[in-house]
Design a binder for this molecule. Structure first.
Ligand SMILES: Cc1cc2nc3c(=O)[nH]c(=O)nc-3n(C[C@H](O)[C@H](O)[C@H](O)COP(=O)(O)O)c2cc1C
Length: 222
């Protein structure tokens, strides 16, 4: 791995060309990623979600107190929306500590985006709408999996899902109340564009509170 090395030269970031607020720049980058001809297996909306627990609430149940996993971006409004099990480890961490970070890496464009912000649940209507739009098999999977809990080796999730399928018959699968959406509303967003000789372009937007529309834009050393 010591010899693995790429020289980045796809693009650059110039302050004068950057919009006044970060969601506008994120939407521009997202539109470019969506348009790019990428392999089908490449999940462009995959993002790493990192959650933390304040030190005083650390318990063995949550390991060291910081953890990361991939979730899929499913909506963009004033923040970044994703869906999951509210009782999962991430759900329990977020219920105790609402600050979290998400991270995108789009190697095709030699770009990363880092977002730090405050997480809240999406409305029940928004969660219902998204749940109803999912394939029935995903609805069944989400309903029968006690996400993040330890389960016995012989616990058959496929059996559970098909039993549940039969139970509902022709009827729609209702969204369980332990499953739904979260929105991470940003306080800081950093856009990173790879540059030759490791002299990358980094620009960070930050604001003091969720209510503020006064974004400060700063260039950061690579
Ligand atoms: C490509 C990919 C997409 C994923 N998307 C989601 C998702 O949208 N929601 C979700 O709950 N888990 C998703 N997962 C699974 C999570 O990474 C993780 O295993 C799960 O949410 C449990 O995390 P937790 O125990 O920290 O709560 C995805 C995993 C991968 C690799």
């Amino acid at each position: 791995m010591q010899d693995l090395r790429r020289n980045y030269q796809f693009g650059s970031l110039v302050r004068e060309q950057l919009p006044a607020e970060p969601m506008a720049l994120f939407r521009l980058w997202w539109a470019e990623v969506e348009k790019a001809e990428l392999p089908e297996w490449y999940e462009i909306n995959a993002m790493t979600l990192s959650t933390v627990l304040p030190l005083d609430s650390n318990s063995e149940e949550f390991g060291t107190g910081a953890s990361s996993r991939i979730v899929l971006l499913k909506g963009l409004d004033e923040g970044f929306c994703f869906f999951t099990n509210y009782d999962s480890d991430k759900g329990q961490q977020l219920s105790q500590h609402r600050r979290a970070a998400i991270h995108f890496f789009w190697p095709f464009f030699e770009r990363q985006v880092r977002v730090e912000g405050i997480v809240s649940k999406t409305s029940a209507e928004q969660s219902d709408r998204y749940f109803a739009s999912r394939p029935r098999s995903s609805q069944l999977g989400a309903t029968c999996s006690p996400q993040s809990r330890v389960i016995p080796d012989d616990h058959d999730l496929v059996d559970k899902a098909s039993a549940l399928d039969k139970q509902f018959g022709e009827g729609a699968i209702p969204r369980p109340d332990y499953w739904g959406g979260y929105r991470l509303t940003p306080l800081r967003v950093e856009f990173w564009q790879g540059r030759p000789s490791r002299l990358h372009d980094r620009f960070r937007y930050r604001r003091a509170s969720l209510e503020s529309s006064d974004w400060v834009l700063e260039r950061l050393a690579p």
